[in-house]
Write a protein that binds this ligand. Sequence first.
Ligand code: 4NP
Length: 157
Amino acid sequence: MTRPAILFVCLGNICRSPLAEAAFRKAADAVGMDAIADSAGTAAYHVGSAPDPRSVETAQKHGVDIRHYRGRQLESTDFTRFTHIFAMDHQNLRNILAAAPSDSTAKIALLMDCVKGREGAAIADPYYDGEEHFGPTWKDVDAAAQALIATLQSTEA
Ligand code: 4NP
């Protein structure tokens, strides 16, 4: 298996994709998988920012400290540095595909495509909503992380 390098992408890189990165890191650690993980935003609104405090608290609840994560924008080298780029929603996916250079080698898909029965689903943006929306966000990214780990461990990855 080539070393998996997974990039999780949302709009701002402060709510959903840091949680996806955190859930994946936790799941990879749990099985001793040597994988690279990072996250990015399609927009530059929060470059250099720490994750949203509601995401920090949600990750903390699940035993992952993400206070040191910093927002960054998707860049063209990501398409060759990462083996997989996962979008949180359809708009992110469109923007990622539009930004892909011709030499892109990454597999690009919706994150929820990893989960049987949830293919094609978006992870709702909790940014404008209350704190109570971040629990369901974690559930989604955690389900995807578990499924992704299983897929990466299988020969077809
Ligand atoms: P994210 O959420 O894409 O899950 O990080 C958002 C964060 C910030 C904004 C929108 C969505 N914003 O418009 O600043």
